[in-house]
Design a protein around this ligand. Structure first.
Ligand SMILES: [Zn+2]
Length: 286
């Protein structure tokens, strides 16, 4: 049998497995560990990846990290695999330069600098989620500010900045793949807990792992609700509600957001986490 054209050689880097190495992989002596971490906490972090996958926040891509509970200059994240596949054995420890302490041959996410630079610059942040969740991305492309549509997403009422990587770096591969780009991303956050990344995705932070996961989940839900609200406001049934005749969306204002978010931070987020964590435990046994 003859082919009309010769078969195209497999040109995808890293495929088949064992092929090309991560060009960003750090070389040399790894930094020392900040100390052993309770296996239950490691399991919670692995479970967080699966929770985010189950809620459509991450798919084959995206990652969640947490600061080392005893060593503020160390943090933890899974090796570079699909979030729904993460197990406790996949968790790697990093320093603030995003160098792995204990990779032992395991690959790291190219965009780990998002996490390292946030942990370096924001002592209030204990966990970080980076995702490309689809309902959020339009708000990074179109000049429609994301607003808090309901109390669960109250943390958005403070304002949601958009990081445009081109503003400082010109045309790039869009990835936050080094320290300099990580610093630029953090600068764009201006102290907020959620930042959108133009034509890429978003980052959600929190003072605990459950809170960061809660915010990542409800940023995606809020984006869906806001798009539905915009569509409804544009329908012929919408009644004009402003002097200009434009239809407004009655989102939470900054003070409502502050008050409502304090409830989430004080513990309401834990109800979601308890349910979602238990669902992972039922599936995995850990
Ligand atoms: Zn990304």
């Amino acid at each position: 049998m003859r082919f009309a054209h010769p078969p195209t050689p497999m040109a995808t880097a890293g495929w088949p497995p064992g092929g090309a190495a991560d060009p960003h992989s750090p070389q040399g002596v790894p930094p020392p560990s900040g100390g052993a971490v309770d296996p239950a906490i490691i399991a919670d972090l692995a479970a967080a990846s699966r929770v985010l996958a189950a809620h459509g926040v991450v798919d084959a891509f995206g990652h969640v990290s947490m600061r080392h509970p005893e060593a503020p200059d160390r943090w933890l994240m899974a090796r570079a695999i699909a979030p729904a596949s993460v197990t406790p054995d996949d968790i790697i420890e990093y320093d603030l330069d995003s160098r792995a302490c204990n990779a032992n041959g395991r690959g790291s996410f190219l965009e780990r600098y998002i996490h390292g630079e946030i942990f370096r610059a924001r002592p209030d942040v204990m966990a970080v989620v980076h995702s490309h969740s689809p309902s959020v991305i339009p708000f990074s492309l179109v000049n429609v500010p994301m607003q808090a549509m309901f109390h669960n997403a109250a943390f958005l009422a403070a304002g949601v900045p958009v990081f445009d990587i081109a503003r400082k770096f010109g045309a790039t591969d869009m990835l936050v793949g080094n320290t300099t780009k990580g610093v630029a991303l953090v600068d764009s956050m201006v102290g907020r807990d959620v930042v959108l990344m133009r034509a890429h995705g978003s980052v959600a932070c929190g003072a605990s792992l459950p809170l960061a996961v809660f915010r990542a989940v409800y940023t995606e839900v809020n984006a869906r609700i806001q798009q539905m609200s915009i569509a409804l406001a544009s329908s012929p049934f919408a009644q004009n509600s402003t002097e200009s005749g434009a239809v407004s969306i009655a989102a939470l204002d900054a003070e409502e957001g502050r008050l409502a978010d304090s409830i989430n931070v004080a513990g309401a987020c834990l109800r979601g986490w308890a349910l979602w964590r238990e669902q992972v435990r039922a599936q995995t046994g850990w």
